[in-house]
Design a protein around this ligand. Structure first.
Ligand code: BJ8
Length: 425
């Protein structure tokens, strides 16, 4: 990596802490990803992006800012990237996948807060995230109670924080709230960027994001094959990168990778042997660099063939109809599209367990791991009915409640190994 220290210092990062973070990340990446056998050549692009995640990509963002473009960060898949792109903005997901500055976080948040929320605070308070420091606007959302109350506190540290209010019920009033809130967010973006939303730009933005989601769907469909042509770890990594790479460039790289994987499938070539136990993971999002459970699964004799999570299928399952002919009509279509997301904050939420069953069958998975973060009430509460429905359908299921520490890694490995034994033919 080139020398970006001046850039990081100008962003206000704590260089010593940041060096420590990059060293840990670089080692984990080498150990978990680069060591995998028979990786597709197309992964080289994503390795490059990861290698430059705090370097070249940040420089690109800062260069774009210098040209007047705005950087908008978000913590949730309910934040519509299309609106940001349509005002020539750049949308970035903000890191929430590792513990950092826990001593500082514990001073402002209760200890029994989920790791994902603590991590968002840790990266900000520890001054190690160049993305959050580069943002002109950071967008939060009223989803779970933990997040919505945490944002009240986060505002002390991120004054340019904007909150989208979200419905909790998929009813007509819920839909009306969603549409109204997306209009309010659109107005905020117009004010931030000094640009009026135009139909043609919004149509182009919808097409860009649809193309990205279609490429991710194409990749997912290739994971039906046996042997599977790409590992779950690499697939998860691609989903993680989808949140901060340039969308058109990313889409192109995913499609190139898919071409290669199609050839692999035609040749019957995979990253694991045929009839390797196949697992779908369902539950809380796994933001970069939260690789603990997938790494354990794929080094315990199984392969992951689908992620029912927001860093995965819940973020790209639905495309937006490209039929809108006015700004207001397109905003409504976007609101309706995003309202389909079946996050556990909705009540009731029947489509989520249905979809877990659907992908388990479609990917020919042998079992499901239901993954939740400790203190995540929505997903932990929903785990009961989801697991029950899977067991009723004779789909073996393992429940894992964990956090971002490595303290339970050995115990999780023991449970996963026993589960994988159960799945063997
Ligand atoms: S759309 S899943 S990204 S809210 S893990 S903070 S739910 S206590 S992350 Fe999420 Fe948007 Fe939903 Fe997806 Fe709360 Fe649970 Fe923590 Fe969570």
């Amino acid at each position: 990596m080139a020398d970006y220290r001046t850039m990081w210092a100008d962003l206000g990062l704590n260089l010593e802490a940041h060096d420590g973070l990059l060293a840990v990340l670089g080692k984990a990446y080498g150990d978990l990803f680069l060591s995998q056998p028979n990786r597709p050549d197309g992964m080289k692009y994503f390795d490059f992006v990861m290698g430059e995640v705090h370097g070249l990509r940040i420089k690109e963002l800062l260069d774009a800012k210098a040209q007047g473009r705005k950087i908008v960060g978000s913590y949730c898949t309910f934040v519509p990237e299309e609106l940001i792109l349509a005002v020539d903005g750049i949308s970035v997901g903000l890191c929430t996948g590792a513990d950092f500055a826990t001593d500082l976080v514990d001073q402002v948040l209760p200890r029994n807060t989920c790791s994902l929320i603590k991590s968002a605070f840790g990266f900000k308070l520890g001054k190690v995230c160049p993305y959050v420091e580069a943002c002109d606007l950071v967008v939060g959302e009223n989803t779970c109670d933990g997040k919505k109350k945490a944002y009240e506190i986060l505002r002390q540290f991120i004054p340019n924080l904007y909150i989208i209010d979200l419905p909790q019920v998929k009813s007509e009033p819920g839909k009306a709230l969603m549409r109204a809130e997306y209009r309010r967010f659109a107005a905020q973006l117009e004010q931030l960027s000094g640009r009026k939303l135009e139909t043609a730009k919004l149509q182009a933005a919808v097409a860009t994001v649809n193309a990205k989601r279609a490429a991710l769907k194409r990749l997912a469909a290739l994971r039906r094959a046996d042997p599977v042509p790409i590992s779950g770890l690499d697939s998860l990594l691609i989903s993680q990168i989808s949140f901060y790479d340039d969308p058109a460039r990313f889409t192109n790289a995913v499609n190139l990778l898919c071409q290669e994987l199609e050839q692999r499938v035609a040749r019957g070539e995979g990253v694991f042997p045929s009839r390797h136990p196949r697992i779908v993971i369902s539950g809380c999002p796994m933001a970069v660099p939260n690789w603990k459970v997938p790494a354990i699964v794929e080094s315990s004799g199984a392969v992951i063939v689908g992620e029912e999570g927001c860093v995965g299928e819940r973020s790209w399952r639905w495309l937006t109809p490209e039929t809108g002919q006015s700004v207001q009509e397109i905003i409504d279509l976007l609101a309706d599209r995003y309202l389909q997301i079946d996050c556990a904050v909705f009540t009731p939420n029947p489509s989520r367990p249905e979809y877990v069953r659907e992908i388990t069958s479609e990917r020919k998975a042998d079992g499901v791991i239901h993954y939740t973060l400790q203190f995540c009430q929505p997903y932990q509460m929903e785990a009961g009915p989801v697991v029950q429905q899977l067991e009723d359908a004779s789909i073996p299921t393992l429940r894992i409640d964990t956090d971002y520490s490595q303290e339970d890694a050995a115990q999780i490995r023991t449970r996963v190994e026993a589960f994988v034994e159960r799945l063997r033919p």
